[in-house]
Design a protein around this ligand. Structure first.
Ligand SMILES: Cc1ncc(COP(=O)(O)O)c(C=O)c1O
Length: 318
């Protein structure tokens, strides 16, 4: 057990790893799913890791100096992570996000003392379904705020500190599982978790298979993009466009998951395993189950539990 922490930042990472034995019995797949419980981080998502990584990298490089505001665009979890880090370090934080994301994240960011700028969705978009078009609007507004304030823009979509922080997640999973991982499946937003973990795993074991997980109909890497569709419900990613952090050599395969599969599996995870997570964690588990019933039969698959179910109480997930 860790000794007394001097700041909340020392409580980030080193989360438990859970083998999903009860789900295995229920669903009858052959092999094991190792779930990294990153919803147990201090602001209840995996993004606390990259928030700390990116802010400290900006401090080291001189891009972030005392008195400067920190600026980030986010679907919410990076925002809560950066808000937490800025609270603990004493920076002003301006967070730009789409109004289509859940309201819990906005309230959390404000609770940490962050300022939230909400950007309207593209014409015809649906609340709770954030698309690539919505993200472009968020990007434009962020650029305007960066120009006006002269703040330090972290830009998780292109910041190497994002994937670098997630390499550590892979090393933790490998160590905790005793090297029992043969494959990794991850729902992609910025691609930072996928790219970082894939690199971390492949540095240890080159032949470990890494699968990109995307929403059905919005699978850019899976080659089934449904341009102009009504959007999907798996908050935190599935933007159906190329992500700069993902380099092609890291991808061994792609799995696409429907809203219904993701939601059904998220609910099953809570009911059967006591893991209270959000939509994208269910997407990861649904993908892992499909792989264990197919080409990864009998093997060990690692996934990340991305965030906590409490962030979705305003939706119909639970
Ligand atoms: C809930 C959730 N799941 C998945 C992702 C995607 O993670 P990444 O940006 O590392 O691809 C995010 C990103 O914000 C997220 O908030």
């Amino acid at each position: 057990m860790k000794k007394t922490c001097e700041t909340i930042l020392e409580c980030i990472g080193e989360t438990p790893l859970l083998r999903l034995g009860r789900l295995k019995k229920d669903l009858g797949f052959d092999g094991d799913i190792y779930a990294k419980l990153d919803h147990l981080n201090p602001s209840f998502s995996k993004k606390d890791r990259i928030a700390l990584g990116m802010v400290e990298a900006a401090e080291r490089s001189g891009a972030l100096k005392e008195g400067m505001p920190v600026i980030e665009m986010t679907s919410g979890n990076t925002g809560t992570g950066v808000a937490l880090v800025c609270s603990a370090k004493g920076y002003r934080f301006i967070c730009v996000m789409s109004v289509g994301n859940s309201v819990e994240r906005v309230r959390m960011i404000r609770a940490f003392g962050g300022e939230v700028v909400l950007v309207d969705q593209a014409p015809g978009a649906v609340r709770g379904k954030v698309t690539g078009a919505d993200l472009e609007l968020v990007e434009q507004e962020t650029e305007r705020i960066v120009r006006e304030t002269g703040g330090c823009f972290l830009n998780q979509f292109a910041n190497a500190g994002n994937s670098l922080a997630q390499e550590q997640t892979a090393r933790e999973i490998w160590g905790q599982s005793g090297g029992a991982v043969d494959a990794f499946a991850d729902f992609v937003g910025t691609g930072g978790t996928f790219a970082g973990c894939a690199k971390g795993f492949k540095d240890i074991r080159q032949e470990l298979h890494c699968y990109v997980v995307e929403p059905k109909g919005y699978a850019y890497y899976g080659g089934e993009v449904g341009a102009g569709g009504p959007g999907h419900r798996i908050q935190g990613g599935g933007y159906a466009k190329e992500m700069p952090l993902i380099t092609p050599g890291l991808i061994d395969g792609c799995v696409s998951v429907s809203d219904e599969e993701a939601m059904g599996m998220t609910r099953a995870l809570a009911r059967v395993e006591g893991v209270f997570a959000g939509f994208s964690s269910g997407a990861n588990i649904a993908a892992a189950v499909r792989l264990l019933k197919g080409q990864e039969k009998g093997r060990g698959i690692a996934v990340v539990i991305n965030d906590c179910g409490l962030k979705y109480m305003s939706t119909d997930l639970y």
